[in-house]
Design a protein around this ligand. Structure first.
Ligand SMILES: [Zn+2]
Length: 313
């Protein structure tokens, strides 16, 4: 067992799932580890175990501006805790979720700990962007790279595990983009798919509306952004995906559609628009997302996007 692992791979490919498995493996009390059933396993799953801690970008600052980095203070706390003996389990496990978001100062402080790792401590660094990490940090870690899976393997697994209808399994696999963690979670949690469907309903309704309806949508997302940055970015990602679907439908490549169950609405939208107009729409949403990530005024950015997007059939 190494003291530090770097788990890399695209968003939602299953990095956190693997990290939690490792944490359970290290602290499980059963013979076959991790069992998922013993007290430590359950406490880790419920995020109640005092020796297992995830560190990530925290909270939102003043004026609704989300913090965008893991701070030096968070790593100093980690340093202090890491020097203590495990409290209830065998190992202390620190999961740094989004290691590319460490400030330079924080990264250097973490490097010090990795260079002289305390006994009975395991660090799990998760990242979607290995290129943004200090090479010195990478070299201290065992690397585990997670890749997206083939869609038919995922669909097969959903049919097997959940008895999902074939057609729906195919759609969920496509939506997951090869990320089994997402597909499994979505299939085990019908709320997740329903929420997604209702967000897509809203997108379709709003794009048919005039300016008042569009600005109301921009206002709602803009307000939500201050509390739930990731949620809003996920909603916009969904919108990009929807526009991509319109694009592939307009080019008669239906086999590439992600949201298979929405084919009728996608066809209607594609009918009224040129491929160029659809491509510009995709670009407009993507640009808005990168503006939001750079902390511009969210409502203005979203209103501007809604002015740019074409009206659909
Ligand atoms: Zn266990």
């Amino acid at each position: 067992m190494s003291h530090a692992y770097l788990i890399s791979g695209p968003h939602q490919v299953g990095k956190m799932t693997l990290a939690m498995d490792v944490a359970r493996l290290l602290n499980c009390e059963a013979d076959e580890r991790p069992c998922g059933e013993c007290n430590p396993c359950k406490r880790i799953t419920g995020q109640l175990h005092t020796d297992v801690r995830a560190i990530r970008v925290e909270g939102t600052g003043r004026e609704g501006r989300g913090r965008t980095a893991i701070s030096i203070d968070q790593i100093r706390d980690l340093q202090k805790e890491a020097s203590l003996k495990p409290y209830e389990g065998r190992y202390r496990v620190f999961i740094v979720d989004g290691a590319e978001q460490l400030t330079e100062e924080a990264a250097n402080a973490l490097l010090k700990v990795l260079e002289e790792p305390p006994e009975e401590v395991v660090f799990l660094l998760l990242t979607a962007d290995t290129g943004s990490l200090l090479p010195t940090i990478i070299s201290r870690c065992q690397r585990i790279e997670l890749r997206p899976l083939a869609l038919d393997i995922i669909a097969e697994e959903l049919v097997k595990r959940f008895g999902t209808e074939r057609e729906q399994a195919n759609e969920v696999a496509r939506i997951s983009g090869g990320k089994p963690g997402w597909a499994l979670e979505a299939s085990g949690d019908s709320d997740m798919l329903e929420r997604r469907a209702s967000q897509l309903d809203t997108v379709e309704v709003t794009l048919r509306q005039s300016i008042e309806g569009r600005f109301a949508y921009a206002e709602r997302l803009g307000t939500a952004f201050t509390r739930n940055r990731d949620g809003v970015l996920a909603e916009l990602t969904l919108m990009v995906q929807w526009w991509r679907d319109v694009l592939v439908v307009s080019q008669d490549k239906t086999e590439l559609v992600t949201n298979l169950s929405r084919l009728d609405a996608l066809r209607a939208a594609a009918d009224g628009l040129s491929s160029d107009a659809v491509a510009s729409a995709i670009k407009a949403v993507q640009e808005t997302m990168s503006h939001l990530e750079r902390n511009v005024n969210p409502r203005l950015a979203l209103e501007n996007m809604m002015l740019t997007l074409p009206t659909i059939n």
